[in-house]
Design a protein around this ligand. Structure first.
Ligand code: DQA
Length: 143
């Protein structure tokens, strides 16, 4: 009983990255919050962050046995076609998360190439979005 938490480029430096946009919580804080959310229901979290698209693609290939995923693609939302294709072959539900409200920002962030494949999407709620995504994902995978 494992879920995948996948974070893309520039998300390993959360806490120190444009805190006025992305908040002060670190990726470790987010990992702890997601684990805390799902552990009472018997789930473990496999958390992986990479700055390189290929490493994210490989992680997805190696994670087909996870029951679902939470994915923040970072800027790969804009043109991460190999990430998109890897997610197309991921056999289980997954939820896209963005810390910031991408539609309230520059227009190049207004379209996500992975969003059409997601079960759902949460944006603009900061680190809390990951916790909400975890709760929603459990609702889907435990169905
Ligand atoms: C982000 C939004 C992206 O547009 C940006 O490139 C990121 C972070 C977010 O969580 O708000 O790296 O995915």
């Amino acid at each position: 009983r494992e879920l995948l938490l996948l974070n893309g480029p520039n998300l390993g430096i959360l806490g120190k990255r444009e805190p006025e946009v992305y908040g002060t919580e670190t990726l470790a804080d987010i990992e702890a919050a997601v684990s805390e959310e799902v552990a009472p229901r018997g789930w473990r979290v496999r958390s992986v962050q990479h700055d390189c698209e290929g490493a994210l693609v490989s992680t997805i290939h190696e994670s087909y046995e996870t029951a679902g995923a939470i994915v923040n693609p970072g800027a790969l939302m804009i043109a991460g076609w190999s990430l998109r294709d890897a997610l197309a072959n991921y056999p289980n539900p997954w939820i896209e998360v963005h810390l910031s409200n991408v539609w309230a920002r520059e227009s190049f962030r207004h379209e996500s190439v992975i969003a059409p494949l997601a079960t759902g999407l949460i944006a603009g709620l900061g680190a809390a979005g990951y916790r909400l995504a975890a709760r929603a994902l459990l609702g889907v995978v435990e169905d």
